[in-house]
Ligand binder design. Sequence first.
Ligand SMILES: Cc1cc2nc3c(=O)[nH]c(=O)nc-3n(C[C@H](O)[C@H](O)[C@H](O)COP(=O)(O)OP(=O)(O)OC[C@H]3O[C@@H](n4cnc5c(N)ncnc54)[C@H](O)[C@@H]3O)c2cc1C
Ligand code: FES
Length: 310
Amino acid sequence: MSTLTLPPLPGLVPCARQLVVPIVEQTRLARDTYRLRLASPELANAVVPGQFFMVRPPGQTDPLLGRPFALYDVWLDASGEPGGIDLVYLVVGKMTGVMRTWQAGESVEIWGPLGNGFPLLTCDKLLIVAGGIGNTPFPAVLREALGLHRYGTEAGLDHGPRHVARPLAPADITLCYGVRSAEFLAGVDHFESLGIDLKLATDDGSRGHKGFVTQPAEEWLKTHTATPAAGRTGPKLAVYCCGPEPMMHAVARLAAKYQAPCWLSLESPMACGFGACFSCVTKVKQPDGDWDYRRTCVEGPIFPAEVLDL
Ligand SMILES: Cc1cc2nc3c(=O)[nH]c(=O)nc-3n(C[C@H](O)[C@H](O)[C@H](O)COP(=O)(O)OP(=O)(O)OC[C@H]3O[C@@H](n4cnc5c(N)ncnc54)[C@H](O)[C@@H]3O)c2cc1C
Ligand code: FES
C-alpha cells in the first residue's frame, strides 16, 4: 500500500496537500456509521482538532465532487508514531453510500487538512455539545484537552505545533452527546474510557436523557455559571458544539444567556473545500453592525458563536 501525491492545491491553503492514500480498515461503529482508517503519517502529523478533509474515490468522476469529513482522530502505529487518520461518517447519500463499500487495501483521494480547527484550549472547564454525527470532531479535541497527544507537529505549519499549556482533568470536561436513538450512538466506549463526564441523550429515551441534548447542556451551564442577569464569575468556561443547525443555534443562545464563550463547528455543504468556489459561505457579523459572508471551508468551519448571524 503506498501514497500517491497529486498536483498541489491552489495557494489558498498552504498546509494542505492532495494525496491518494490506502485504506487500512473500515469498521462499523453504530447504525449506518463507519470508521474509515487511512494510512498517512504526513496527514496525521499536520492535522489539528476541528480541521477536516475532502474525500472522493480516486480516478473517478461519479461522485464528481469530494465531500468534507472532520478529523475523528490520529491513530498511532506499533511504535507509537502517528500512522494516519480516522474519519467517521454517517451514510446519508451518494458519496457516503459509496464509502460504505470501500475495503481495506483500496485507495482514497483526499485533500487537507483544511479549515481552521478549534482554538487551543485555555479554559478551566469545557462543555462539549454534540448532536448526531456532529460528535466526530471531538475524540481529537478531547485527546488534546487531556494532554494525551500533540497535534500539528509537522515542521513549517502556519499554526506551529499545538501545545495545551494546562491540560484539563477528565472531571473538568463534560460531553453532552445526543442522537435520535441508542443505535446511532458511536464511540461511547471510547468517551467513557477517558473518564470524562458523559451525558447521553436520545430523542426516544432508549439511552440516557429522553429529549434534546440541549437540556443536560443547560443544566451544566446553570451549575457552572452565576445567574444570567448577575453576570458570570468563577471558572473560565468554554463551550464547543457541532451538530444539526437548529441544535447549534439553541446551544449558541444558551451560551449567550449564561455568558459562556462558545464555538460552533459548521457543517455547510462544500464543493471545493479550499476557498475557490464560495459554495460554503455563511453570514458573519461585522464590528460596525453590518454583516458579510465568510467561507466556511477557509475561515471556518469553527466560528465563535457571537460572530455568526444565527
Ligand atoms: C467541515 C465539515 C465536516 C463534516 N464532517 C463530517 C463527519 O465527520 N462525518 C459525517 O458523516 N459527515 C460530516 N460532514 C457532513 C458530510 O460532508 C455530508 O454528510 C456528506 O457530504 C454527505 O455526502 P453524500 O454524498 O453521502 O450525501 P448527498 O447525496 O450529497 O446528500 C444526501 C442528503 O444529505 C444532505 N446533506 C448533505 N450534506 C449535508 C450537510 N453538510 N448538512 C446537512 N445535510 C446535508 C443533502 O441535502 C441530502 O438531503 C461534514 C461536513 C462539513 C462541512
Ligand atoms: S467549499 Fe469552495 S469556497 Fe468553500
